[in-house]
Write a protein that binds this ligand. Structure first.
Ligand code: JCQ
Length: 244
């Protein structure tokens, strides 16, 4: 089985290399199931100062990443596509996109720094722009790590992903929030773990867990589940396990 390949373009390669060598992702790379390649656009800059940015046309504060080193880096390294630039203006990255990227041979990411990236990079070099959320980072590197980790953990053979029940397009984080989890001790500082989880009645435990997931989703993320979309079985579960 050939590894999923991810090419990342960043002027802070050492920051990405450090994060991608630790823990789950580092093991996946060592074990040959994840092939992450980091490229520094500065290596394709043609001036003495290795510049990758310039003042914005039209004036204004800050600097903009110039297209030449990014185009040269991508054309020299032939990244696996789709190739995305990370940007707060992009299409929102979500679990459904993570699943579809994990199903393919790989993808690639360009990390912007400074005030942004010359728009011709998104328009004529990339296949799209990706956002991880509505906030502004100092650069795309932290966002790239989010995307790489969300996809890599779905790839068969990545450490801790032996069964991958999430690896179906309609399951995973997007449909229902997870139920709360408990472990020992059964009582901690006067707070008890739910009795049902220690009852040994696995059918009742399954019903309790689904009721918790349903109630949490209705309370916290009504955008994911509308009250009137509940089946009568789900309504019955909520009635069987009313809130304390
Ligand atoms: C990604 N949510 C936030 C910041 C400009 C390409 O132009 C820019 C890129 C960045 C880095 O990405 C983010 C981001 N998803 O800030 C400013």
């Amino acid at each position: 089985m050939s590894p999923i390949r991810i090419d990342v373009y960043s002027v802070f390669p050492e920051y990405l290399e450090g994060a991608l060598s630790a823990s789950l992702l580092g093991k996946a790379r060592t074990h040959g199931v994840l092939d992450v390649r980091i490229h520094d656009p500065r290596d394709w800059s043609t001036d003495a100062h290795r510049s990758v940015d310039d003042a914005p046309f039209g004036g204004g504060a800050g600097m903009v990443m110039t297209p030449e080193p990014l185009f040269a880096a991508v054309e020299a390294t032939e990244p696996v596509r789709p190739l995305f630039v990370l940007s707060p203006s992009g299409q929102r990255f979500d679990q459904a996109l993570a699943t579809s990227l994990a199903d393919g041979p790989g993808f690639s990411l360009i990390c912007g720094r400074y005030e942004g990236v010359d728009q011709r990079v998104a328009d004529h070099l990339c296949d799209g722009e990706l956002s991880i959320g509505d906030y502004v980072l100092a650069g795309g590197e932290a966002a790239a790590l989010v995307v790489v980790e969300a996809v890599a953990r779905l790839v068969p053979g990545v450490v801790g992903n032996d069964e991958s029940p999430e690896h179906e397009s309609f399951s995973g984080a997007a449909r229902l929030l997870e139920e709360p989890q408990y472990t020992r001790p059964a009582e901690f500082r006067g707070w008890s773990a739910p009795e049902v989880l220690r009852s040994g009645d696995h059918a009742r435990i399954d019903r309790w867990r689904r009721a918790q997931a349903l109630r949490r989703t209705l309370d916290r993320r009504p955008d994911l589940l509308s009250e009137d979309a509940l089946t009568s079985e789900d309504q019955d579960l909520l009635d069987e396990f009313p809130p304390q």
